[in-house]
Design a protein around this ligand. Structure first.
Ligand SMILES: C[S@@+](CC[C@H](N)C(=O)[O-])C[C@H]1O[C@@H](n2cnc3c(N)ncnc32)[C@H](O)[C@@H]1O
Length: 240
């Protein structure tokens, strides 16, 4: 595992996998989930106009969506190849208020420039989450907001993650709420809030039958069970 694996990731992809990456989020079976994430993140961000720093963007589709919503976006990624895909997406979505840079989010040089910042599924690729979060802290203006959307504990041990590590040498770690908050507090962030990462739609009409009442009760109990909540992944919001 290491940064070089993330830098070289695109070069090592098969043609089929490269097309899958380029066409994200539409090519992915988790597409609906990604849209739910973006909807939730947009609800938690300060409203546009605002300057937004998007971290570890991959092909930059999130940056394009934020820009279309009206944010002035800087999208960054450690991989030059990902940034070149992101620039193609910028043309595809015809957005202007958006720039992309190749850089390491653990070592950025912005100083009090951004109103908000987002790690979407990217902080668990860090080698040092404290350096990454401190770097974002320095980039934000006073009162600026950082949002992290992260996978559930156990992510690093899933077969898909293990295969990525073995095949591409990328970094895959677990990024629990506790680790994020610890790094956030150390950097100087305050006012932490926690949200469950949005789940599949829950059908409620069936509550009007006996079976429905049983199902609905099970859902309520499941929702109240914290460890289950954490299995869906989480969103943390913190303020500088
Ligand atoms: C799982 S992808 C997520 C991409 C995108 N945020 C999304 O939701 O589709 C993780 C991304 O983080 C990037 N990354 C890993 N380490 C990084 C670092 N130190 N600095 C910047 N980007 C990094 C990788 O190159 C990769 O594109």
């Amino acid at each position: 595992m290491g940064k070089q694996g993330d830098i070289d990731f695109v070069k090592n992809l098969s043609n089929e996998n490269r097309m899958h990456v380029i066409n994200q989020p539409f090519s992915d079976h988790q597409c609906g989930r990604y849209f739910r994430d973006i909807g939730t993140i947009l609800s938690l961000l300060p409203p546009p106009p605002a300057k937004l720093l998007d971290l570890g963007i991959g092909t930059g589709w999130t940056s394009c969506f934020y820009a279309m919503r009206g944010y002035d976006v800087t999208g960054q990624d450690i991989s030059k190849d990902m940034i070149s895909f992101a620039n193609q997406n910028k043309i595809k979505y015809a957005v202007e208020n958006l720039e992309f840079i190749t850089s390491d989010y653990e070592n950025m040089f912005f100083d009090n420039e951004y109103d908000c910042a987002v790690f979407h599924d990217s902080l668990h690729h860090s080698e040092n989450e404290e350096a990454a979060i401190l770097s974002v802290y320095k980039s934000l203006k006073k009162g600026g907001v950082l949002i992290t959307a992260e996978t559930a504990v156990g992510h690093a041990n899933t077969p898909v993650s293990q295969e990525s590590v073995k095949k591409y040498g990328v970094t895959e770690r677990d990024m629990p709420v506790g680790l994020i908050v610890k790094a956030g507090k150390k950097a100087g962030f305050k006012d932490f809030k926690f949200y469950r990462r949005p789940v599949e739609p829950i059908e409620i009409l069936s509550v009007f039958s006996f079976k429905g009442i049983v199902n609905f009760s099970k859902i309520i109990l499941r929702e109240l069970w914290f460890s289950n909540v954490m299995k869906t992944g989480h969103i943390v919001v913190m303020v500088k």
